[in-house]
Design a protein around this ligand. Structure first.
Ligand code: NAG
Ligand code: NAG
Ligand code: NAG
Ligand code: NAG
Length: 854
């Protein structure tokens, strides 16, 4: 379905041309080795298209679907990080990768960053073992509560030549390698793992450690290699990676920015090809276009690249408290597979077609020798050719960001859209260009577009009866852990909770308070991060927070004080722990200094006033988000907008159908949500982006978290919100579109040559290709126009040039089918009428997919 006819023909022809060309340098031996050109897996060279999928970011039921879509998208390697907790069974995940016919690369870290709480998923299993024999053994262990343990190891400095750190790191890495070996998961054992990574982007912090940093990285490489995993090791962004560790590139444009492997006998690998940018609360939407991504990947492979990894191919969800500081619960939603595992088009399809084109060029790329030919200003050809054979592939690259170019290459003329690369797997035929829609090249594949829509679920939203329970605001008396000054938050919570209560009390006399009406003293709290809610005498007075870039903040607010004893209570919190940078073990958060201003006596510094502390909130300790725990508190019926620090509870039925499910929370403010006792992550809809919108309004509830009826939904709302506004919705990408423009010389001369390959290509012409998700068919044509329509998928508008019955024609080709191809041809849409001859024609189609009846 993905390949167009001409590509199939090309495959066959190329195969016939080159079947004799299997090189002698392929040795039929077990194991993974490499040379300057590529990895060699069990004796075979491969072009590797890798996609990052972090399995804790999807429920296990989603894994197989993700692999299937990745494979269909041309991915042949899944890259993942490491963790053993609960459902997150890595052994199972890797086995499933292998069973799906994919390879795996394992990034062991142990430092991984990845916007994951404290950047250290990897230590978790180790900690569980270790904690059994420590004083923490009885603490409820949650997913991210553990890495903090390392912070308290005496004399430790993370990620440098620090003996305690190296001791724990080595033990951990060895334990994982052994576990993988026991399960026979490495390629030499017949398993899917072909590559492993140690450390991660260490170069960003290495300068801070000077010589100790270099010693550490040399040690890490040696240590990893010494474990005899049977697969090569790599380090990303590590120019001085010690032999035989391969230094790989991370970034957006590794084809042009990577200085290359540090030794001629190492292959060029790209470990992180950012498909977009992760987002933090407060961020506006971010995008990286399919075209830009395809350009960079094509560029990398045109310059000796042999493995590129999309970071992320599927981002998913930061469930529970796993997100790092300020990172949204939705992770890399802009990846080719969106948060729900749905194909984001045109990204998914455009990359699939790129992979197909590169695979067609594989023989030339892996066994040919490379040369460069300058074709014009900013235009060049990268050619791979094997002498004495017909094997030849070319990349025509137009690096001009504004202008298209028409160039001559080997006697033929080629049109190259601006900033694009055309791939010619036989050095003649363009089967792919990295631009999409507006600027297409004849007979290249054009990926479809789609739109994501959210639909209110009828079944789930009936009968919401909200109940509420109040979290108690403690006083100084309620917080027995007393210290002279407010304590550092991460040290206190040990990441067992986001929250730390701070309390103090002050006695005021009549003479202390301002006499004038309407003048109130001002409370000023300098906070190291990340957020804080403030209460005076039990009443909420306000909220302050920092951001990803500036975590600390100063909270200033006029407060009502009375004569006598005043209780000041501050609820400090982290929004996930930091995950990057040097000295991660020394990061601080929470209340730093506190002052009262505008008293008759002037400013009163109450930092040393004597403070009580309490880790966590009561509802959390009682587990009120579980069926059992919810019975431990008194609930009353909720009416409208509720106060800060309120627990809400309601039951709902699972939404109809099979589409993914979300809960829409834009009427709430900040907190966490649970379904049947499982946290679906932190929400923060009141932190608006510069566009005035929440960074994330809808939060994913995996289908596997739900039962058919009576699902317990619990929210802890910190600031205040109206639960009546909450909606359960289903998500689809059932609106799909194709848009093609004849923005090119109609037919390229060379294509009329008497060459069987080229003829077949020319015959097929350009087609609009539309494909519904599996098990759905095209039910409706929303829009179809041949002429000069404008707009994007979901918002097409007709222009002044249009053929009369485009919609009918498209209906005949498409309705009732799972996929269809509509010829982009004058004869089909314009039957002999000379429709607006001066206008370059565009064909825009929008259809809806459904399960037949809807
Ligand atoms: C920690 O470092 C200090 C100073 O270098 C040293 O005296 C002490 O023995 C170290 N403690 C441990 C447990 O290594
Ligand atoms: C392409 O252009 C960009 C700037 O537009 C430049 O940074 C890059 O080096 C150029 N690459 C080539 C291969 O010319
Ligand atoms: C929810 O928010 C929307 C948009 O701000 C508003 O129109 C609506 O009235 C709110 N609903 C409730 C129940 O507060
Ligand atoms: C810009 C970007 O997406 N950077 C990411 C690169 O990959 C690491 C994971 O190792 C992430 O932590 C970065 O955020």
């Amino acid at each position: 379905m993905s390949l167009q006819t001409h590509m199939l023909i090309l495959i066959i022809v190329l195969f016939l041309l080159s079947s004799s060309a299997l090189s002698q340098d392929e040795k039929k031996e077990k194991g993974v080795t490499y040379d300057g050109r590529s990895l060699i897996i069990n004796g075979k060279r491969e072009l590797l298209f890798s996609g990052s999928v972090h399995y804790p970011r999807a429920s296990p039921e989603m894994w197989q679907g993700i692999f299937d879509k990745a494979k269909e998208g041309g991915i042949n390697v899944i890259q993942t990080y490491y963790n053993f907790e609960g459902n997150y069974d890595l052994v199972k995940f890797i086995k499933m990768i292998g069973d799906s016919g994919l390879y795996a690369t394992l990034r062991l870290g142990p430092f991984i960053q990845a916007e994951w709480n404290y950047g250290y998923t990897l230590f978790i299993f180790y900690f569980i073992l270790k904690l059994k024999s420590t004083k923490f053994a009885n603490t409820r262990l949650n997913f991210n509560g553990l890495p903090i343990w390392l912070r308290d190891v005496q004399n430790i400095t993370f990620r440098t030549n620090s003996e305690p750190f190296k001791y724990h790191m080595e033990k951990f890495v060895k334990m994982i390698i052994d576990k993988m070996k026991d399960a026979k998961l490495f390629a030499p054992q017949g398993g899917p793992i072909i590559l492993a990574q140690i450390e991660n982007e260490y170069n960003t912090i290495q300068p801070a450690f000077e010589a100790e940093g270099s010693k550490y990285i040399q040690w890490a490489g040696k240590m990893a290699v010494g474990l005899n995993a049977g697969v090569p090791w790599m380090m990303c962004k590590q120019t001085d990676a010690p032999d035989p560790v391969i230094n790989a590139c991370n970034g957006r444009h590794c084809g042009d920015t990577f200085a290359g492997p540090n030794k001629p006998y190492k292959p060029s690998l790209w470990t992180e090809n950012w498909t977009a940018q992760f987002r933090v609360f407060g961020d506006p939407p971010s995008q990286r276009s399919a075209e830009d991504l395809a350009f960079s990947t094509a560029r990398f492979f045109s310059k000796d690249g042999s493995l590129a990894n999309y970071y992320m191919y599927f981002g998913g969800t930061n469930f529970g408290r796993t997100a790092a500081a300020f990172v949204t619960t939705r992770y890399y939603d802009e990846a080719p597979l969106d948060e729900y595992g749905l194909r984001r088009e045109p990204k998914w399809g455009h990359l699939r077609d790129l992979h197909t084109a590169l695979k067609l060029s594989k023989k030339a790329l892996l066994w040919g020798s490379a040369s460069v030919q300058i074709l014009g200003k900013g235009v060049e050809a990268q050619v791979y050719e094997k002498s004495g054979s017909n094997i030849c592939a070319a990349f025509l690259c137009n690096n001009n960001s504004r202008d298209a170019a028409t160039v001559t290459f080997r006697g033929s003329e080629y049109y190259l859209p601006r900033h694009s690369i055309s791939i010619l797997p036989d050095c003649k035929t363009v089967v792919y260009n990295t631009q999409t829609t507006r600027d297409s090249v004849p007979s290249q594949v054009v990926a479809q577009h789609n739109v994501r829509t959210f639909h209110r679920s009828k079944k789930a939203n009936k009968n919401f009866q909200w109940q509420m329970a109040q979290e108690k605001v403690p006083t100084y008396r309620d917080t027995p852990d007393r210290q002279k000054r407010p304590q550092e938050l991460i040290f206190m919570t040990k990441d067992t909770s986001d929250y730390l209560w701070y309390t103090t009390r002050i006695e005021l006399e009549r003479e202390d308070l301002p006499f004038k009406e309407n003048t109130k003293p001002v409370l000023e709290v300098a906070n190291l991060g990340h957020a804080m809610h403030t209460f005076v005498n039990g009443e909420f007075v306000g909220t302050g927070h920092g951001s990803k870039t500036e975590k600390s903040f100063v909270f200033t607010k006029a407060i009502p004080l009375k004569i006598g004893t005043n209780e000041i209570t501050l609820l400090g919190m982290t929004m996930g722990l930091p995950d990057s940078g040097v000295y991660l073990e020394r990061r601080m958060a929470g209340v730093h200094t506190v002052a009262l201003k505008g008293l008759m006596t002037g400013t009163l510094d109450i930092t040393q006033n004597g403070w009580g502390h309490k880790v966590g909130i009561d509802g959390e300790k009682l587990g009120v988000y579980t069926q059992e725990g919810s019975q431990k508190v008194k609930w009353k019926t909720s009416e409208g907008r509720g106060p800060p620090l309120t627990w809400y509870k309601a039951f709902f039925d699972e939404p109809e159908g099979q589409n993914p499910v979300v809960i829409e929370l834009s009427n709430m403010s900040k907190g966490m949500a649970w379904v049947n006792g499982k946290s679906i992550g932190r929400y923060w809809t009141s932190f608006l982006s510069p566009l005035g919108q929440p960074s994330q309004a809808a939060y994913h509830i995996p289908r596997s978290y739900m039962k058919p009826t009576e699902n317990l939904l619990v929210l802890f709302e910190e600031i205040g919100g109206n639960p009546e506004g909450i909606q359960i919705q289903t998500v689809t990408r059932d609106i799909i579109c194709s848009i093609i423009t004849e923005n090119h010389p109609a037919r390229v001369k060379s294509w009329e040559r008497k060459d069987s390959v080229i003829h077949s290509v020319d015959d097929t012409g350009t087609k609009a290709h539309l494909e519904c998700p599996k098990s759905k068919v095209i039910t409706k044509v929303h829009f179809a126009s041949y002429g000069n329509p404008i707009g994007v998928c979901g918002q097409f508008v007709e222009g002044d040039c249009k053929s009369s019955d485009a919609k009918n024609i498209v209906e005949q080709y498409c309705v009732g089918k799972q996929s269809c191809e509509v010829p982009f041809e004058h004869e089909v849409f314009d039957k002999g009428n000379n429709l607006c001859p001066d206008v370059k024609k565009t064909l825009a189609i929008q259809v809806k997919c459904g399960r037949g009846k809807d």
